[in-house]
Design a protein around this ligand. Structure first.
Ligand code: FAD
Length: 581
């Protein structure tokens, strides 16, 4: 039988929609449940910089080899990048997200590099754009006073800086030794500040050469007199010849005055002053010995300084306290100490040293440098402010109890570091400006805040807080680290040990140009779009396009279906998602 030819049935095709328009006519954006949007967030380094620098933005510019642009970004906030790049304890690096990945970016060394580059190209801060009629007096020219002077004169105010010492700089000049901060670098940055029209009256001590009452001609006063009174050891023999305070010793060394610490010198204390005094004494030919009452772990000095002190073979005696200065004919001959054990945790959160009875021992020494702490002197202040001890109370704007008088730096209760002093000088400048312009200072400072740690940005203050950066700090977990490769951190180069202690030449030599660029490029640029194109490349709907000004991207919500691949693929968490309710 002939087989019947099977006729294949054509599958049933439903009627097709057909459009004469392009696929763009189909606005798929209506399906969207999640809406991605570009939103720059706060990098943790910015939030943690007590001087309020826009570290992240400066790193982007440095990564493009625009070092002068980076310097401009930094100096909007801090007039002393060369100084800070040498002596800041860099809390920015402690907060750096990169440390969760491999090692923190060398922000501090880059700041120094950027500052040095700007100096070499003759870059100066721009002159004030306007002149205001009000005048402000600043007492003290340490980092707090210098920062306040810089910001107020940039805002157009007339500034007079009163400084008791013959030269400006405070501890930067008379405390920190040249092997850590060469004085020509300090001079150059001070010169930048003075170029804005700041009047400096050096060798003028307020309370002695100028009476407090004479300051009434100023519209506001900023007190930044630091903490220069050394705490006494409170042991017999303390007034013998050959005993001096750490700050007094360093002041003499830094002003080029003759000082002879003898052969064997005991330095009492575990802070920065003690390390600087010991290392300076070593450079003057003495054999220093640091006596500290607790262990190395409890030392308040900056870890980098402690290890450099150790590298220079300076001897430490831990868990020991002086009980007597041994003298002969009124001159130091030795120091008697007692050994300690560490007891329970005290008020300052550290374990209390407890003397071990009968454990006394005597060390023969020619001099004793006491560096157990410094406290402010309020004797030049008006009656109402003279009653305090320890630190001068101020409110959240830096205002004291006397109208028009603000205070900052080491004289108030805040961490005693250069960056905090710079930040408090800037805060006072903002508060003075807001007050003199009849604005609410608290509101003004709030608009200038970077995150929650108290850092303030002058750039934000000037814009009333509208710089497009969301207040939330971007955590490591919000970054897409698949786009980064692990890289060894480049460190500052150092003078060889053999050449360090024969003089006061700078020990840290900074980064080479190649290392600086490498470090700038290691920065994750947390939370901020740096135009990497990932969102644009990965968007399956072609809904993302580069802006004509090349300053970012636009999302066309007519076509964005809310897949949020862009959010996922953004390496730095600069795109946020909103859930459609
Ligand atoms: P200061 O720097 O102390 O300046 C105050 C100025 O006010 C002085 O110049 C003083 O002469 C002047 N003055 C006082 N009274 C009067 C008056 N009546 N009239 C006129 N002028 C007056 N911090 C860091 O971050 N990194 C470091 O490496 C570091 N190293 C340090 C090393 C030493 C030895 C010391 C002591 C401190 C160090 N610090 C360091 C801390 C840091 O230097 C201080 O926190 C900072 O200098 C405080 O700045 P300031 O502006 O408040 O005061």
């Amino acid at each position: 039988m002939k087989k019947k030819k099977q006729v294949k049935k054509r599958p049933f095709l439903p009627p097709m929609s057909f459009s004469y328009e392009g696929s763009q006519a189909s606005k798929t954006g209506t399906w969207r449940y999640l809406t991605p949007a570009y939103l720059n967030k706060l990098a943790p380094c910015n939030e943690s910089c007590p001087a309020g620098e826009d570290v992240e933005a400066a790193m982007v510019l440095a990564g493009q080899e625009d070092y002068l642009g980076a310097w401009e970004k930094i100096t909007q906030e801090n007039p002393l990048p060369r100084v800070c790049g040498r002596v800041c304890f860099h809390p920015c690096e402690a907060a750096c997200n990169r440390k969760e990945f491999d090692e923190a970016t060398s922000i501090n060394a880059l700041e120094r590099f950027v500052g040095d580059q700007a100096f070499q190209s003759g870059k100066r801060p721009p002159p004030p754009q306007e002149k205001k009629r009000e005048k402000v007096a600043i007492i003290g020219s340490g980092p707090a006073g210098l920062s306040c002077a810089y910001h107020l004169s940039s805002l157009g105010y007339g500034v007079t800086l009163f400084e008791a010492q013959p030269k400006l700089g405070g501890v930067l000049r008379y405390g920190i030794p040249s092997y850590r901060l060469p004085k020509d670098i300090l001079d150059q940055e001070i010169d930048n500040i003075l170029s804005l029209g700041v009047e400096a009256k050096t060798g003028v001590r307020v309370g002695k050469d100028v009476r407090w009452a004479e300051l009434k001609n100023f519209d506001a006063v900023f007190v930044a007199a630091g903490a220069w009174k050394s705490l006494p050891l409170k042991v017999p023999g303390e007034d013998a010849k050959g005993v001096m305070s750490g700050l007094e010793f360093l002041q003499r060394v830094n002003s080029g005055q003759p000082v002879d610490p003898g052969q064997r010198v005991a330095i009492i204390g575990g802070g920065n002053t003690a390390m600087d005094a010991a290392r300076s004494a070593l450079r003057l030919g003495a054999k220093p010995l640091i006596i500290y009452r607790r262990t190395r772990e409890e030392m308040p000095a900056w870890e980098e300084e402690v290890s450099e002190t150790g590298e220079e073979s300076i001897e430490f005696i831990f868990l020991s306290s002086p009980v007597k200065i041994v003298t002969e004919n009124g001159k130091v001959k030795g120091v008697e100490c007692i050994k300690n054990l560490l007891g329970p945790i005290g008020k300052d959160g550290r374990r209390e040293p407890r003397p071990i009875e009968g454990s006394n021992f005597t060390l023969p020494v020619d001099a004793v440098i006491s560096a157990i702490g410094e406290t402010p002197d309020f004797s030049f202040l008006p009656e109402e402010l003279r009653q305090y001890t320890g630190s001068l109370p101020v409110d959240e704007t830096g205002a004291t109890g006397v109208k028009g008088v603000f205070a900052g730096g080491d004289i108030i209760a805040q961490p005693r570091t250069v960056a905090y002093a710079i930040g408090s000088g800037k805060k006072a400048a903002m508060a003075v400006d807001a007050t003199l312009r009849g604005k609410n200072a608290v509101e003004g400072l709030r608009s200038a805040r970077w995150g929650e740690k108290g850092s303030l940005s002058m750039a934000r203050y000037k814009k009333g807080g509208t710089d497009g950066i969301a207040p939330e700090v971007i955590p490591f977990s919000a970054l897409n680290t698949a786009y980064f490769k692990r890289q060894v951190r480049k460190r500052k180069e150092k003078l060889p040990l053999s050449r360090r202690t024969s003089g006061f030449s700078e020990v840290n030599l900074g980064l080479s140009p190649d290392s600086a660029l490498y470090e700038a490029k290691r920065c994750f640029n947390c939370g901020v779009c740096n135009l990497c194109h990932n969102c644009f490349i990965y968007c399956p709907d072609l809904a993302i396009s580069a802006r004509p000004d090349k300053q970012g991207y636009d999302i066309n919500y007519d076509y964005c279906k809310g897949c949020c691949i862009c959010v996922e693929e953004c390496p730095r968490g600069a795109i946020s998602v909103e859930v459609k309710k």
